[in-house]
Design a protein around this ligand. Structure first.
Ligand SMILES: [Zn+2]
Length: 128
């Protein structure tokens, strides 16, 4: 069954309705309506808009995943073994060129280089 879900990404202030199939939830989702477009995402149709915001969001998620898996100094582990970023150790924003800027306190040079290699130096810069 097709279902529409409203998405409030944590990488910008866009609000997007996307469509997905409850019988095939892992299939690619489709942008259906741009409810709100932030200043950085103007002039795209719903599909292109959704894909652009999704790509940025996934890039950010990939960085967090890498840090959680590879940088124990930035990670808290609860009694169930769940790992989360330590408070205040990492912040991020997308600059005017939509390049992901990460400020990671205590991240080793090795991990910084690995993340930049993973994402691509044209899409990310890491400070801190
Ligand atoms: Zn946006």
């Amino acid at each position: 069954m097709k279902k529409i879900t409203r998405w409030f990404p944590d990488t910008c202030s866009c609000v997007i309705d996307f469509e997905w199939d409850t019988d095939n939830p892992n299939a690619p989702h489709t942008g259906k309506e741009v409810v709100k477009a932030c200043l950085a995402h103007q002039g795209f149709d719903a599909t292109a808009h959704y894909n652009k915001v999704l790509s940025e969001n996934q890039t950010k998620n990939l960085v967090i995943k890498h840090v959680i898996e590879n940088a124990p100094e930035l990670v808290d582990v609860d009694e169930k073994g769940n790992k989360t970023l330590k408070n205040g150790k990492m912040a991020y924003f997308f600059d005017e060129n939509r390049k992901l800027n990460v400020i990671a306190t205590g991240l080793t040079a090795l991990n910084k280089d690995a993340i930049v290699a993973l994402i691509g130096s044209e899409k990310i810069i890491i400070n801190g």
